[in-house]
Ligand binder design. Structure first.
Ligand SMILES: [Zn+2]
Length: 202
């Protein structure tokens, strides 16, 4: 039996549903919010309310958007429509955006194919991607799926579907990170780095 009010218990319970948040952290977050009385919980409630009400998926690339409109990247006329970078999640897209080195568009798949967990292509936005390739003047598809077994499986699946359409299909190069010691890299990384080796021009 908890000695806390039911409303506080319910808040802790909801917080523990978030990834990486255990019961103790959830308690700490809840008590932190309550320390400032009604103000902090009310602000958080308002933000969550507006997220639940207004956030939608971009009808074109499946990135997060607002009110059923195009996302900020699709709506930006300076982004090149001829290149689409396929990512698993909006977080992956943000990682590429942080580099400031990419000016094309994106397509957010919503995950990767994982037969063991019952995730097939029909659970991802694959059909929407194929439709875009047919409808838009796409010249290159960059497969930026994660460098995991599932990511590789999904990239291979997409490449086989898209290559017959005659557009350029590329995969992000990967290998030993800058400043990374070979001894700390896993076998998958080392074998991919070997496969993606380039001519030595130093
Ligand atoms: Zn979009």
């Amino acid at each position: 039996m908890s000695s806390l009010p039911d409303a506080v218990e319910a808040l802790i319970e909801e917080l523990t549903r978030l990834p990486g948040i255990g019961r103790k952290t959830a308690q700490r977050l809840a008590f932190h919010l309550l320390k400032y009385r009604a103000d902090a919980p009310r602000r958080l409630a308002e933000v969550l309310e507006s997220v639940a009400r207004d956030v939608t998926f971009c009808p074109r690339c499946h990135n997060l958007a607002e009110g059923g409109e195009l996302c900020k990247i699709c709506a930006n006329p300076r982004r090149s429509p001829s290149v689409i970078c396929v990512v698993e999640t909006p977080t992956d897209m943000l990682a590429i955006e942080r580099t400031g080195a990419y000016t094309g568009g994106y397509h957010v798949l919503g995950g990767s194919i994982n037969p063991l967990e019952g995730v097939g292509p029909e659970d991802l936005s694959v059909d929407a991607l194929l439709a875009r390739i047919d409808e838009e003047k796409v010249e290159e598809l960059i497969l930026a799926n994660n460098a995991t077994l599932d990511g590789d499986t999904t990239a291979l699946y997409l490449a086989r579907l898209v290559q017959p359409k005659g557009i350029r299909v590329t995969r992000l190069a990967r290998g030993i990170p800058m400043g990374g010691d070979l001894e700390f890299a896993d076998e998958h990384t080392i074998s991919r780095a070997l496969q993606a080796r380039t001519e030595f021009d130093g």
